[in-house]
Design a protein around this ligand. Structure first.
Ligand SMILES: Nc1ncnc2c1ncn2[C@@H]1O[C@H](COP(=O)(O)OP(=O)(O)OP(=O)(O)O)[C@@H](O)[C@H]1O
Ligand SMILES: [Mg+2]
Length: 296
């Protein structure tokens, strides 16, 4: 048990951060892999509500990899990933949209609202928030050969973000919770990696921080040790030599782009730790990996 003095000290330690971040926007990507247990989900909701009550504007973007995988399994539809992206045919797209927008999104909204927050669930289709187009996935070939274009189906890349709906919601003190599905200019539906959506929204909203919650301690080196601070150029090199792979690739890429577009800091932290967000935002040490620009 901690004594009264300790408790007061912990609260006071948060004061400079509360002052510094008052009025700023932070985008939090809640990975499907960090969403697996009820207690953790509850703590996540409390962290988001606390942020809101101390004057930060949190915007939540969520994933749902395992939840989508479960449903596709039940329907005997195979899951396949290329470069951390889920290959998505039209049939899978319907299920993905239902799971992300109908189930995972509403579950997070409900958790926040049940704990006295005021969340509103959206997909990228609402208010034209995310306009997308089919992603051309380029696979590098050996030597001088041109890259191979691989068809990964209805996986989208972002063309534009319209922030007007988000701004209205924030002005009215709602917490937006966004499912990573977007519409194309011909009305087609795209499945977009949630890290990429979070990165673009952070850049468009001029967010102070982009925080990606996942199921590892942060970015790990080749020996499996946590890297506390990683420069953007080093991170890009780690992708080239394969130390960063799979689902970590879109995370790193979106952090690099968000930083280049004016987001002050990007963090990849372990969503399996209770209150990971609070520890990152309101304490001296911080946790996980922070990605910074090598030249600023
Ligand atoms: N160098 C690395 N350091 C840490 N994790 C890595 C690295 N390279 C690859 N990974 C993988 O990236 C995974 C995280 O991405 P993943 O897409 O699986 O989860 P998520 O994005 O949090 O969830 P979701 O995709 O459901 O939103 C880790 O579990 C790990 O297996
Ligand atoms: Mg992922």
């Amino acid at each position: 048990m901690i004594d009264q003095n300790e408790r007061a000290k912990i609260l006071i330690e948060a004061l400079p951060y509360i002052q510094r971040f008052n009025g700023s926007t932070m985008v939090i990507k809640y990975g499907g892999h960090a969403m697996v247990n009820e207690k953790l989900k509850q703590k996540f909701a409390l962290d988001i509500i606390l942020m809101k009550y101390v004057g930060i504007n949190p915007i939540v973007v969520h994933g749902g990899g395992p939840q989508i995988g479960d449903f596709l399994n039940r329907l005997s539809i195979k899951s396949e990933f290329i470069g951390g992206m889920r290959v998505t045919n039209k049939e899978a797209m319907d299920i993905i949209e239902m799971v992300l927008v109908g189930k995972v999104n509403k579950e997070i909204v409900n958790l926040i609202n049940h704990n006295m927050g005021m969340a509103v669930g959206l997909s990228g289709k609402d208010g034209n928030l995310v306009t997308a187009r089919k992603m051309k996935y380029l696979k590098k070939k050996d030597g001088d050969q041109p890259p191979e274009i691989i068809d990964i189906g209805m996986v989208g890349e972002i063309v534009s973000i319209d922030t007007s709906l988000l701004e209205s919601l924030i002005k009215s003190d709602f917490i937006p919770v966004i499912a990573p599905v977007g519409a194309g200019t011909n009305g087609e539906t795209y499945n977009i990696n949630a890290d990429i959506v979070a990165g673009h929204i952070a850049a468009s909203m001029k967010a102070r921080k982009l925080i990606l919650l996942t199921d590892t301690k942060g970015v790990l080196d080749e020996e499996g040790h946590l890297i506390s601070t990683l420069k953007d150029d080093e991170a890009a090199y780690m992708i080239t030599n394969g130390i960063i792979n799979g689902g970590m690739i879109p995370k790193i890429n979106c952090c690099i782009t968000a930083l280049a577009d004016g987001v002050k800091k990007a963090h990849i932290i372990d969503g399996r730790n209770e209150h990971a967000i609070l520890l990152e935002v309101f304490t001296k040490g911080g946790i996980g990996t922070e990605i910074i620009r090598s030249q600023s």
